[in-house]
Design a protein around this ligand. Structure first.
Ligand code: SF4
Length: 195
């Protein structure tokens, strides 16, 4: 080993420092010997669906927090659900990075509205957004609902509005979407999820 004068002093100083820390009770041995706490200990598991694409893989989301009203839960880990028949525990890189999307400060968590002709989006309440959607749907349905076709046959259809359910919609959500939308007469109904 090439031991120059400078290296010799460095080695001596390192050894002296370690022995001094050990004498003072800072020996790393107990720390190295201790088993690390399981990072998912004390988390709550919630089953969900990846919102990114139509494959709709099942995920398990792990959150910290005791569920109390004044406590804010923190999502710390997301992984594939091994019991989900779609993906059997696997996730693609996008799904594997879901925790960053959920915790991103850029994620929009409230509705926004841009008035006709305006170049500015403004934050509105969920009540405002739902009332406006309901009003526009009713106006369009009142104007365009067709009870019969040109031959006078009963069709009860509303062709000027369509409905697309999200990729995170499960079979059950799809069933409920169908139950809400079909009685209105909407024909153009689809869900992005292919499960
Ligand atoms: S994990 Fe990947 S493949 Fe599965 S739904 Fe999400 S984006 Fe699609």
């Amino acid at each position: 080993m090439d031991c120059s004068r400078r290296n010799f002093f460095k080695i001596c100083a390192g050894g002296l420092g370690s022995s001094t820390l050990a004498v003072m009770g800072f020996s790393p041995a107990p720390v190295l010997a201790e088993s690390r706490a399981f990072k998912l200990a004390r988390t709550r598991e919630t089953r969900s669906t990846c919102p990114y694409c139509s494959v709709s893989c099942g995920v398990i989301m792990y959150t910290l927090g005791d569920g109390s009203k004044n406590g804010k839960p923190a999502l710390i880990h997301v992984e594939g659900d091994p019991d989900n028949p779609v993906n059997r525990g696997t996730l693609c890189p996008k799904g594997a990075g879901l925790v960053d999307m959920v915790n991103s400060p850029n994620r929009l968590t409230y509705p926004e509205y841009r008035a006709p002709g305006s170049n500015r989006w403004q934050r509105i309440s969920w009540d405002h957004a739902l009332d406006r959607i309901a009003k526009l749907m009713k106006d369009d349905r009142d104007a365009n609902f067709a009870a019969t076709n040109a031959k006078g046959e009963i069709v009860n259809r509303w062709l000027t509005t369509g409905f697309l359910a999200s990729s995170a919609a499960s079979n059950e959500s799809g069933y409920l979407t169908h139950k809400v939308v079909r009685p209105l007469g909407i024909v153009a109904l689809d869900t992005q999820a292919r499960i």
